[in-house]
Design a protein around this ligand. Structure first.
Ligand SMILES: O=C(O)/C=C/c1cccc(O)c1O
Ligand SMILES: [Fe+2]
Length: 316
C-alpha cells in the first residue's frame, strides 16, 4: 500500500484576516508545494484526521474519535459546503479494524465537518470531492479529553487497516500547533453558551456571522498585541515538529493534557491529529520528512506549520 503524509495547521482566518502580503505569499507557496506533492503522489484515497469546533460534534454526544461513513461540510467561515466523497466501504473497513485493535471509535452515517476538514481538502485537492476520503474526527477541544497517546493508538490502528487495502493513501493531519482561538469551554460557559455547545448544531446565518465576527475581532486584537488569548509558542511548536519528524511520539503524546494547554494554548491539543497521521504513516515503517514549513502567524491565531513525509523505503 503506497502511503504519504501531509500535516497542516488550519485557520478559518485565512482569507478573512490575512497577515502582510509577503507572509501570505510565503504560505501560498508552501500550499502550492504541498498540492504538487499530493498531485505527484496521486492518491486514490485520503484519510484525514481533523478536529471539530462545535459545528458537527457537540455535547449532546461527544465521542473521542469518529469515522465518517458519510460526511457533509457545514460551510463555516464562507468555506465550501456540501457532501464529501466518502469511501463508505473503506470507512467501515477502517472502523472495524480500529475497533478490533481495542480503540473505541464511533461511526457516523451523517457526519458534519467544518473548516478543520474542509481547508486541507480544498488546499490539497481543490475541492471536497476530488479524491475519495475517509474522515476521522478527533476530539481536541471538548473536555474531558482522554490522554494524547490514544491518538497515537488510533493512528497506528488506522495505518494497520490501510496496509490491508490495495490503495494509494494520502494521510492528512489537520490542526495545531500552538494556538488559543476563542473557542468556548463548557466549564466556564454561561447557560446560553452551554446550550449552544450542546444543541447548537444548526445556527442561523445571523448566529454564525456573529460567531465568526467575534473570531475575526479576536484575531485583530491578538495581532495588535491585545486581548486575553494565550501567546503562540514557537519553541513548543519546534519541539512538536522535531519530535514527530524523528518518530519520537512519546516526547509529545507522553505528556499530560495540562502540558499541551500550558505550552500551546487551549487548542494545542489539535496536535493530536498530527500524532494520529504520523502514527498511521509509521505503521508502514520508518519515514522521512520531505518538507517542513513553520511560521507563527498571529493574524491567523496560529503557530502555522505544514509538513510532508514519505516512507523511507520509497513505498510512496
Ligand atoms: O472559530 C473557530 O471555530 C476556530 C478558529 C480557529 C482559529 C485559528 C486556528 C484554528 O485551528 C481554529 O480552529
Ligand atoms: Fe482548529
Amino acid at each position: 500500500m503506497p502511503v504519504a503524509l501531509c500535516a497542516t495547521s488550519h485557520s478559518p482566518l485565512i482569507g478573512l484576516h490575512d497577515p502582510a502580503p509577503e507572509v501570505r505569499a510565503e504560505v501560498d507557496a508552501e500550499f502550492a508545494a504541498a498540492r504538487a506533492f499530493a498531485e505527484d503522489f496521486a492518491p486514490d484515497l485520503a484519510v484525514i484526521f481533523a478536529p471539530d469546533h462545535y459545528n458537527g460534534f457537540l455535547y449532546d454526544m461527544m465521542p473521542s474519535f469518529c469515522v465518517g461513513a458519510a460526511a457533509t461540510s457545514v460551510g463555516d467561515y464562507g468555506l465550501p459546503s456540501g457532501a464529501l466523497d466518502v469511501d463508505r466501504d473503506a470507512a467501515y473497513a477502517v472502523a472495524e479494524r480500529v475497533l478490533a485493535s481495542g480503540v473505541d471509535v464511533a461511526v457516523s452515517e451523517d457526519m458534519r465537518v467544518d473548516h478543520g476538514f474542509v481547508q486541507p481538502l480544498t488546499f490539497l485537492f481543490g475541492s471536497l470531492t476530488a479524491v475519495p476520503v475517509v474522515p476521522v474526527f478527533i476530539n481536541c477541544v471538548a473536555e474531558p479529553l482522554g490522554p494524547a497517546v490514544r491518538a497515537r493508538h488510533l493512528g497506528t490502528a488506522v495505518g494497520e487497516a490501510l496496509k490491508e487495502m490495495d490503495r494509494r493513501v494520502l494521510l492528512i493531519g489537520s490542526g495545531g500547533l500552538s494556538h488559543d482561538p476563542p473557542v468556548p469551554r463548557l466549564k466556564e460557559a454561561t447557560p446560553e453558551v452551554a446550550e449552544r455547545l450542546t444543541h447548537g448544531r444548526d445556527p442561523s446565518p445571523e448566529q454564525r456571522a456573529q460567531r465568526e465576527g467575534r473570531t475575526v475581532k479576536a484575531a485583530s486584537e491578538f495581532a495588535h498585541g491585545g486581548g486575553a488569548l494565550r501567546p503562540l509558542n514557537p519553541d513548543w511548536d519546534a519541539l512538536v515538529l522535531r519530535s514527530l519528524a524523528a518518530g519520537d511520539f512519546a516526547a509529545v503524546d507522553g505528556r499530560s493534557n495540562e502540558w499541551f494547554v500550558a505550552e500551546g494554548g487551549h487548542s494545542a491539543p489539535e496536535v493530536r491529529t498530527w500524532i494520529a497521521a504520523y502514527a498511521a504513516l509509521a505503521a508502514a515503517g520508518p519515514y522521512t520528512v520531505r518538507s517542513s514549513y513553520y511560521r507563527a502567524i498571529p493574524e491567523w491565531l496560529a503557530g502555522f506549520a505544514t509538513t510532508t513525509a514519505v516512507p523511507l523505503d520509497g513505498a510512496a
